[in-house]
Ligand binder design. Structure first.
Ligand code: TMP
Ligand code: MG
Length: 225
């Protein structure tokens, strides 16, 4: 049986990376699990260092459209590795993926100072990711603005502002419906991330266990976007 492709999405301060680490340790105790974090800023990709400087250095100027394509290219650079892991029976956990890509770019078009160009089109934003492996399940860690704020201020990277986060939250809200419209299996699970680290971890484990036990799913090929 192949591995499961598990996506953990969420806003900043939702505890996403902590939960990815905990899930990986848990899965590693019974099976094997690899974690891919997007954007992948490591030397495993050619686009990672460019994206890192765009995110951390405000003087780096790139058109919104070009940045969007770079984030997608960054996922394509890891595609073969992800598929190879799954085929080898390893589970793959993704820390952000396509939905972050669409949401953050589209959110820019909603801002007053945003571009009025093609990024206003969700179809355009989704297009570069067509053909990428589709997660078997997506867990969206939802956190309200007050809880996020209580967990400490946003960092200094581009997009880590209240305005962008609020707009991203609005775009993410649309995906639950879209992701669950086709197929019998529910693919999108929204989890309230305001609970303790352990509570949220247990909820995520419960959801993942069901998919792990689904042999039909694990004997069928990975879907593509
Ligand atoms: P990180 O904080 O998870 O490393 O992500 C860095 C930022 O990049 C975060 O603000 C979300 C944003 N992002 C995009 O704009 N497009 C994408 O495709 C991805 C994966 C992340
Ligand atoms: Mg961040």
């Amino acid at each position: 049986m192949r591995g499961l492709l598990i996506l953990i999405e969420g806003l900043d301060r939702s505890g996403k990376s902590t939960q990815c680490d905990l899930l990986q340790s848990h899965l590693n105790s019974t099976t094997q699990a690899n974690l891919y974090k997007f954007p992948d800023r490591s030397s495993a990709t050619a686009t990672g260092s460019l994206l890192h400087s765009y995110l951390t250095n405000p003087t780096v100027q790139l058109p919104d459209e070009a940045v969007h394509l770079l984030f997608s290219a960054n996922r394509w650079e890891r595609q073969q590795d992800i598929l190879a892991d799954l085929t080898a029976g390893k589970c793959v956990i993704l820390d952000r993926y396509v939905y972050s890509g669409i949401s953050f770019t589209h959110a820019k078009s909603l801002s007053a100072a945003g571009s009025s160009g093609v990024i206003a089109s969700l179809d355009w934003c989704a297009a570069p990711d067509i053909g990428l492996p589709q997660p078997d399940l997506t867990i969206f860690l939802e956190v309200d603005e007050d809880t996020a704020a209580r967990r400490g201020g946003y960092g200094a990277e581009r997009y880590e502002t209240k305005e962008i986060q609020t707009r991203v939250r609005q775009v993410f809200a649309r995906f639950e419906k879209l992701a669950n419209t086709d197929g019998k299996l529910q693919k999108w699970h929204t989890v309230n991330a305001a609970g303790s680290i352990e509570e949220v971890h247990q909820t995520i484990r419960g959801i993942v266990e069901e998919y792990l036990a689904n042999e039909t799913l694990r004997k069928s090929p990975v879907d593509k976007f």
